[in-house]
Design a protein around this ligand. Sequence first.
Ligand code: NAD
Length: 237
Amino acid sequence: MSDSLQKITDRNKRIVFFGGAGVSTESGIPDFRSVDGLYNQKYDFPPEEILSSGFFYSQTEYFYNFYRDKMLCLDAKPNAAHLKLAEMEKAGKLSCVVTQNIDGLHQAAGSKTVYELHGSVHRNYCLKCGHFFDAEYILNSKGVPKCSCGGTIKPDVVLYGENLDEETIENSVKAISKADCLIIAGTSLAVYPAAGFVNYFRGDDLVLINKTPTPMDRSASLVIHGKVGEELGKIKV
Ligand code: NAD
């Protein structure tokens, strides 16, 4: 019989958490691939097409209508998963969070070392002069948000077809390869290159918490098919 999540988190000190959109569904932000996820809602295009670099530059207004409606969830609050991870970091058990999410909820919960592989909705910049804008500015804008210099504003999120930030990759890979325990949660592990980073893990305790099976289930020492907030919330730090 495999050890419990409590036993595994008790015995490890360099835990890394690798998460995806499923970490924030309990905060009310839809993921892509669940039954009520964005893939199963009616749009003229699939979400990954709208959130691609080519689409951003060719149909900027459509992009922003979708983005404001579905990706800018500024009222969402951290859930039990975000809060527990922040508590674990403070207690010296968790080295960092590596996330594919762009919602900023780990930082809102108090996590300090968060590697955002796909950027953040909270940073936006003018393509012409580089001036930065917060997420509220984008939410309150109409049509295509513009800078006072006339330039178009782009969210600092990695759109499909764009490269990930080199330093963020390096930090994430380094942390995962040094970890003694890796907890992967709330991700279908379908989006590359991010999903491939978990292969750098060399430790003994690989934990997978996801509502549905993932391609890594067979490699994990503990697989929990459940809700990440509920499961992490039970851990006593
Ligand atoms: P995904 O939608 O492909 O997969 C989410 C997975 O999480 C699914 O397997 C689902 O079964 C599982 N899941 C959903 N709710 C869960 C819960 N409460 N507990 C445990 N498991 C749960 O998401 P992905 O793998 O992160 O890839 C989608 C891409 O979309 C990512 O690159 C991410 O950047 C982006 N995205 C981000 C957000 C966000 O920032 N909150 C939201 C949607 C999409």
